[in-house]
Design a protein around this ligand. Structure first.
Ligand SMILES: [Zn+2]
Length: 169
């Protein structure tokens, strides 16, 4: 248990503890007097570790909770975890997978295989023109083929598509 920590223990692991605090959203502050060993701020307030005359420590605020979490890799955080940004790929993955099941992995335009890296969602009616982000309006195409067809109307897009006997690698 970390119910008591000594100045030596804290000093020895101080750099890692500070990194831990920062990583978990705390802000390390400058001590304001010689008895303060460590001062940090969380979204809930300021915590200070004091040193007493006999090199014992007094942990105030959240410093004991934080130290215990540090030692046990516990779940403490100084501030709410940053919202996980959903990447474009994560958002479109279910649609891509549905299209792969429906159409296979061939590019809508050139008929050649697309890979995870060069595959894109093509909106037949562009989103800018009110085309829905729905399977009925979507096909898979190479990024490049998608860009090349960007200015075309739906009819032109479908016409641009190579006839099946010209498709394939
Ligand atoms: Zn293509």
């Amino acid at each position: 248990m970390a119910s008591r920590i000594t100045l030596a223990q804290l000093t020895k692991r101080r750099a890692r503890f500070e990194a831990f605090l920062t990583e978990r959203g705390a802000q390390i502050l400058q001590p304001t007097n010689e008895w303060e060993v460590l001062r940090f701020k969380t979204s809930r307030g300021t915590s200070i570790v004091y040193r007493n005359a006999r090199d014992g420590l007094t942990l105030t605020g959240e410093s004991m909770t934080a130290w215990t979490a540090f030692e046990t890799s516990g779940p403490w955080r100084a501030s709410p975890a940053p919202k996980k940004r959903v990447s474009g790929r994560e958002k479109t993955l279910p649609l891509v997978n549905a299209l792969l099941r429906r159409d296979g992995s061939a590019c809508f335009y050139c008929g050649k295989d697309t890979t995870e890296d060069d595959r894109s969602l093509e909106h037949l009616v562009p989103r800018a023109h009110g085309g829905p982000n729905h399977l009925s309006n979507l096909v898979l195409a190479h990024r490049k083929c998608n860009t090349d067809a960007g200015h075309l109307s739906v009819m032109e897009k479908i016409r641009r598509r190579l006839p099946p006997d010209h498709q394939g690698a």
